[in-house]
Design a binder for this molecule. Structure first.
Ligand code: COA
Length: 197
């Protein structure tokens, strides 16, 4: 399987992919992802270069968004001072479920975040979806807190406010053929005037 950056050509596939996941979640009795994701917002993230596709031949096996931008209103100022990368929209095709592909992608994301100098891999999960939260706990995330207010619709209840984080770490075990460009290295530390004196 290869991993590469999504392009605008992937927009329709990604929208259908999310729809498929939403149907599966509904069948499980969850209210997660019932609203279609706005295509313009998805396209903006694709164009920002933060959406990644896992392809198994011509089939989309999974997707992950990995971004340095935090969702508004979830993390404290103190937390935002710590260098982090945020995982969004992790989704695995049902055809590829049960193989821990999501776990491998989280390892890939943690490795990439580590190489870009971030200390934390962070995410917000659907507040009412306990099995999903347990999935992240099983994958080494610690529960931070649940944010209940400040949702996207008129600042109403927040639907995805279960916050988790785990330290980033190098990992070569994800076994994807990685066609992405390497992450930008952390900024080199310029010696301060004092140190140079
Ligand atoms: C979360 C996800 C990416 C994990 O993919 P994966 O590593 O291939 O793992 P699986 O899908 O095989 O799930 C592992 C277990 O967690 C359960 N699980 C995972 N996500 C779940 C969810 N959102 N709701 C309920 N159960 C879930 C699965 O039913 C499965 O349970 P089982 O082992 O008893 O069968 C995948 O389940 C998925 O695409 N979920 C829907 C989209 C989603 O909620 N993404 C997270 C956004 S924050």
């Amino acid at each position: 399987m290869i991993i590469e950056r999504a392009t605008a050509d992937d927009l329709e596939v990604l929208l259908a992919f999310r729809q498929e996941a939403a149907s599966w979640l509904t069948a499980l009795g969850s209210d997660q992802w019932q609203r279609p994701y706005p295509a313009d917002r998805l396209l903006a993230t694709i164009e920002a270069g933060v959406v990644y596709m896992v392809r198994d031949g011509s089939v989309t096996a999974a997707t992950i968004t990995l971004t340095p931008d935090a969702e508004d209103g979830l993390w404290t100022e103190q937390e935002l001072r710590e260098e982090s990368r945020f995982v969004n929209k992790l989704t695995v095709a049902r055809t590829h479920a049960g193989q821990d592909l999501g776990g491998r992608l989280l390892d890939w994301a943690g490795d990439r975040a580590y190489r870009s100098g971030a200390h934390w891999l962070r995410l917000d999960a659907w507040t009412t979806n306990k099995p999903l939260q347990e999935y992240y706990l099983r994958h080494g995330f610690e529960y931070v807190r649940t944010v209940t207010e400040g949702g996207a619709v008129n600042g109403g209840p927040r639907v995805s406010g279960w916050l988790g984080q785990r330290p980033t770490a190098p990992s070569g075990d994800h076994n994807f053929k990685d066609l992405t460009s390497p992450p930008a290295a952390p900024p080199s530390r310029h010696p301060s005037l004092e140190e140079r004196a």
